[in-house]
Design a protein around this ligand. Structure first.
Ligand code: DGL
Length: 235
């Protein structure tokens, strides 16, 4: 399936959102098709993770309006921080602009089998407690959470030494707290998914970027195309 002539607008504060772009391309290529993607890396506002909800809401509104003006007919918020900070304004924006807006933090798989999960993300994401609340399946599910903004920074700046150093800290915490899973609560971390996998072979890597790409290809896109080819009759 291709995107049916749809331009998909995607944004993040920087390179992190490319994790979703790459996953979307991989999944769509598997079915032999191409997507029309307009990716906006909002590096002027990097990092999002230290901003207030009000600042982020303003940035989100601006980015979505710009992408729509550039022709996007659906939006993917490829940033956990922006997904969480703007969660009260997305329904209104969807109505106002008449487009679907998929947010990476929504794609979380709550049916996990893990008992001790470490959530890592930006300051905003960790302080919001969004993922900690969503992942707590039973009172026995133990969650620890850490803000790892410097890791996002190292990934944005492609500073390999700093990336390795921060990954060793993640590993140390995982061992110290005997976690069996880690949730990559920042799309920048998803860009180095393979590094997490080889560093922590016995740990489940929960990656909302991949979940978002799957959700988009399997559910959201077919719905958009079906609605578009059978528009509501004019009253
Ligand atoms: N990629 C963003 C996220 O998923 C975080 C980076 C930032 O703080 O700007 O939350």
């Amino acid at each position: 399936m291709d995107s049916g002539g749809f331009k998909i607008g995607i944004f993040d504060s920087g390179k992190g959102g490319l994790s979703i772009v790459q996953a979307l391309k991989k999944l769509s290529q598997q079915s032999g098709n191409e997507l029309d993607i307009d990716f906006f890396a909002d590096t002027n506002h990097f990092p999002y993770g230290t901003k207030t909800k009000e600042e982020l809401e303003q940035i989100i509104r601006h980015n979505i309006h710009s992408l729509v003006q550039r022709g996007a007919r659906c939006i993917i918020v490829a940033c956990n921080t922006a997904s969480i900070a703007g969660r009260h304004i997305y329904p209104k924006l969807e109505q106002e602009l008449k487009i679907p807006i998929l947010r990476v933090a929504e794609s979380i798989n709550k049916n996990h089998q893990s008992n001790r999960i470490m959530v890592i993300g930006t300051n905003f994401t960790i302080l919001s407690s969004y993922y900690q609340d969503k992942l707590k399946k039973t009172p026995e599910t133990a969650l620890v959470s850490f803000s790892f903004l410097p890791l996002a920074d190292a990934i944005e700046n492609e500073d390999q030494d700093a990336i390795e150093k921060h990954l060793q800290t993640v590993k140390k915490y995982i061992e110290e707290y005997t976690c069996d899973a880690v949730l990559l609560g920042c799309t920048h971390y998803s860009l180095i998914h393979e590094k997490f996998r080889s560093l922590l072979p016995a740990v489940t890597i929960m990656d909302p970027s991949w979940e978002t790409a799957r959700l988009f290809i399997n559910q959201v896109l077919p719905q958009i195309i079906a609605t578009d080819s059978h528009p509501e009759p004019a009253s």
